[in-house]
Design a protein. Sequence first.
Length: 127
Amino acid sequence: MKTKRLWIFLLAALVLGTAACFRPYGHHFYPDTPRFAPTYPGDVSLLRGDPRRDHIRLGEVWVRPGPMADRRYVEGILKEKAAAMGANAVVIVEDRFFRERSYSGYWSRRRPVYDRQIVGIAIRYRR
């Protein structure tokens, strides 16, 4: 009986530990890029196309918004993560939906669940 409780406890700890590692947003630097001091998130601009000024690509920022997340929340997360990298702007390069898994209820048939991911490149303008 004690070994069964131990296995249940270890399984619960594993599930909680795995769920705690999930992040719906993040960033990472490209290798061999210079590091800059963080900037103010309000000064970071969002671009939908290629920048016209000379720039340095610092890395990628990404967010997986929930179904009820609004545009200001998503933009705020992208700006906040880019500002932590020292960026002046974020160029949105990918906004896609992908099939994560399937769901079937007791009374309903299987239906796919789609998630959304937005990826941007954090850039720093050369002066």
